[in-house]
Design a protein around this ligand. Structure first.
Ligand code: PMP
Length: 459
């Protein structure tokens, strides 16, 4: 029996690495004394030391001082190869010269005005043509705000058809940002979450007002459950909100027939189909909707379209977005002090102009390469490599992932230790072992990551 086959046959493959967690953490502490100090200081002003949940990582996060290209430098002067680029948002990498030059020219001219600029039109004009179903766009400051606005637009649109339709259908395991009405069943305990095909909505956070008339949770990828629910309840439904690539399930693409069924049901009952492409817009020139050839009614965007600055947007059908045109009675309101500020608009425009179809082809080819190499070194182990385009993930389960219940079999503790051990070696992935390629990522970066991973994961 080969070493690999032997490891795979061991029932507690994951324990081998997990039993080393104390050593991995001790080494991390030793490598990052200045981050530890900064974290102690942070804990005096931030609850538990954090002001952003996604970066929570034990024993403490790595504080970054500066970054350039694919490299971040931490307070202890370590050079870290970045494979997460501020949650996938920096498609050109850190401090890309074209972006820096453009915003440096703008900075002395002012950073935000109580007035529009032509920069925001230019950003809109580089984004909208990529979304064939979208004729209008409005900018906000985060993906969460974009989702919040899409929900409001969808409810307002349905109200114009005289339906008391306010429920947003979302899917178990999907994360759509901080807004209350979507903070349900993102990562529920399976024991609390009801039947597989009829999940119970579980609050993701304290402080929510309830689901009644606001949100319903259905299983991801389940065509029959979706059809059953929408056929029975369409008069109450404002929107189907779906990630066309499910990030928290492991960067998993849904079956095309699932998205096609959502499209067909929305057409049939005039329900608004919202694709949340806040992350997945980096999967291709026209996002995942371009890959699968489906047009949602609204698309929520964020991350890459801000070129490294805070951004969100909702784009879509003119008859829905125009509900916020000023001359309308009973209109959808949408304000925001920093919406479409010139810095975000310029950085976003330069970034999107750089992201030509050829640039996507380059990033996605390297994404294919990364997934193939990782698959090679995990063969025979109870690990799987998922992702699409420039996104990849190593998931600690051997169960094929179609929905949240499959993803919930993942050994998260193994992933967290593996990720921390990689950080000790100088590679930044999420604590769930998600990674991404940016335009400046090279094959050498990927090869170095794969070697470090191979040494750790025992393949
Ligand atoms: N939707 C999706 C699919 C996301 O992945 C995220 C953030 N990761 C959001 C919405 C929220 O975006 P933001 O963090 O900019 O508020």
């Amino acid at each position: 029996m080969s070493a690999v086959a032997k490891l795979a046959a061991t029932p507690d493959y994951y324990s081998a690495l997990k039993s080393r967690t104390p050593d991995v953490e001790a080494r991390y502490r030793k490598l990052t004394p200045r981050s530890q100090e900064a974290f102690a200081r942070a804990a005096r002003v931030f609850p538990g030391g954090y002001t952003r949940d996604a970066i929570i990582r034990g024993p403490h996060p790595t504080f970054v001082e500066r970054a350039s290209g694919a490299t971040m430098y931490d307070l202890d002067g370590r050079a870290l190869t970045d494979f997460w680029f501020n949650a996938t948002s920096l498609a050109l990498g850190h401090a890309h010269p074209a972006v820096i030059e453009a915003i440096a020219a703008q900075l002395p001219r002012g950073t935000a005005y109580f007035a529009p600029t032509q920069n925001e039109i230019e950003l809109a004009e580089t984004v909208l043509p990529r979304l064939p179903g979208a004729a209008r766009i409005r900018f906000a400051n985060s993906g969460s705000e974009a989702v919040m606005m899409a929900v409001r637009f969808a409810r307002a649109y349905r109200a114009t058809k005289q339906h008391a339709a306010s429920t947003i259908v979302k899917f178990e395991g999907s994360y759509h940002g901080s807004y209350d009405d979507v903070a349900w069943s993102v990562s529920p305990k399976v024991a609390d979450a009801g039947a597989n095909d009829a999940p119970r909505p579980v609050a993701e956070t304290a402080g929510l007002a309830g689901t009644e008339g606001r949100v319903a949770v259905l299983p991801f990828n389940d065509v029959a459950a979706l059809r059953r629910y929408v056929e029975a309840r369409h008069a109450e439904i404002a929107a189907i909100l779906v990630e066309p690539m499910a990030n928290r399930l492991g960067l998993v693409m849904p079956e095309t027939k699932f998205l096609a069924e959502a499209r067909a049901l929305c057409d049939r009952f005039d329900v608004v189909l919202v694709f949340d492409e806040v992350i997945s817009f980096r999967v291709g020139y026209s996002g995942v909707q371009g890959v699968v050839g489906l047009r949602p009614d609204l698309t929520t965007l964020g991350k890459i379209i801000g070129g490294g600055f805070a951004v969100g947007a909702v784009a879509g059908r003119a008859d829905i977005l125009d509900l916020s045109a000023p001359e309308r009675g009973g209109r959808v309101t949408h304000a925001g002090t920093f919406n479409a500020n010139p810095i975000t608009s310029i950085a976003g425009r330069v970034t999107m102009e750089t992201l030509t179809p050829a640039a996507f082809a380059q990033m996605n080819a390297l994404g294919d390469y990364a997934r193939a190499r990782l698959a090679e070194v995990t063969r025979g182990l109870p690990l799987q490599v998922t992702g699409a385009g420039s996104l990849f993930k190593v998931t600690a389960t051997d169960r094929a992932i179609r929905d949240y219940r499959d993803a919930a079999t993942t050994d998260k503790a193994w992933e967290a230790t593996c990720s921390l051990a990689l950080l000790n070696e100088g590679f930044v992935l999420t604590p769930t072992m998600s990674g991404c390629i940016s335009y400046i990522t090279t094959r050498e970066h990927v090869d170095a990551l794969v070697s470090a991973f191979q040494a750790l994961a025992g393949a």
